[in-house]
Design a protein around this ligand. Structure first.
Ligand code: ADE
Length: 243
């Protein structure tokens, strides 16, 4: 899985993705990240990459030429004709877990991070395959959203998470919100850990955790709970026949 990030702030992205699990995944060769500085591709003699919008209005726009030439350089490097290009924008489709899972199957993903007031529409029309938002709020640029998506996609790449990190034993972990967790000491500020977690009965612990997950999802995210119930129907209990 190879991530290519088109940005005016390559250090921001690379520094943010170097640590912890994603750092280890890069060292192990499971994922790779390359930041492409759009400014390196400008033909302007003052290294300018932005200009005023036609029709007037506040702010500056990123110009088509440096963005397109960066894109062409990536295509050439990876030997792809029409690679997947994700443009981060509040106007895009909202990112979600299933999208992360689907994108994790691609060999190359290009992220286009806008800055200033946006990017000339003509180059977007030419190269963008997916326009994605990470939520209904406006950020100053696409770098943080790209990092959010890369983190979520990377953990879906086989081998990036260890078994312990992925919680593979909990089949419900992706469809429900997480149950509460506790660690030592057993009593803290006069509050005890739920007794069932100390019982050593794994089946009972799993059942308790599932119940907790269902309860919290039902209260906080009713639409997610409904989806879960549709895809995980409760087993129908047979009525006992009276003799
Ligand atoms: N750029 C600015 N705000 C954004 C958001 N919420 N999602 C994706 N890209 C953005």
């Amino acid at each position: 899985m190879n991530f290519h990030i088109m940005t005016l702030f390559p250090d921001m992205v690379m520094d943010g993705l170097r640590t912890s699990i994603l750092g280890r995944a890069q060292e192990n060769g499971l994922i790779s990240m390359t930041a492409w500085n759009i400014r390196d591709y400008t033909l302007d003699k003052h290294n300018k990459v932005d200009d005023y919008p036609y029709g007037g209005g506040a702010g500056m726009l990123m110009q088509a030429q440096p963005v397109y030439d960066t894109y062409r350089a990536i295509c050439q490097k990876i030997g792809a004709e029409k690679p997947r290009v994700i443009f981060l924008s509040p106007k895009g489709q909202t990112f979600h877990q299933q999208m992360a899972k689907d994108l994790a199957r691609e060999e190359h993903l290009i992220f286009l991070c806008g800055h200033y007031e946006g990017i000339d529409q003509r180059v977007l029309d030419k190269i963008v395959t997916d326009e994605v938002s990470i939520g209904d709020y406006v950020l100053t640029g696409g770098e943080l959203p790209a990092m959010v998506m890369i983190d979520a996609i990377s953990r879906m790449v086989p081998g990036v998470l260890t078994n312990a990190e992925s919680g593979v034993s909990e089949s419900f972990s992706e469809d429900l919100l997480e149950y509460p967790q506790y660690t030592r000491p057993e009593v803290w500020e006069e509050e005890s850990v739920p007794a069932i977690l100390l019982s050593g009965d794994h089946a009972k612990v799993d059942a308790w955790r599932l119940e907790q997950s269902k309860e919290i999802t039902k209260i906080r995210r009713p639409e997610m709970f409904e989806r879960y119930m549709e895809t995980h129907p409760e087993p129908v209990r047979k009525k006992r026949r009276r003799k």
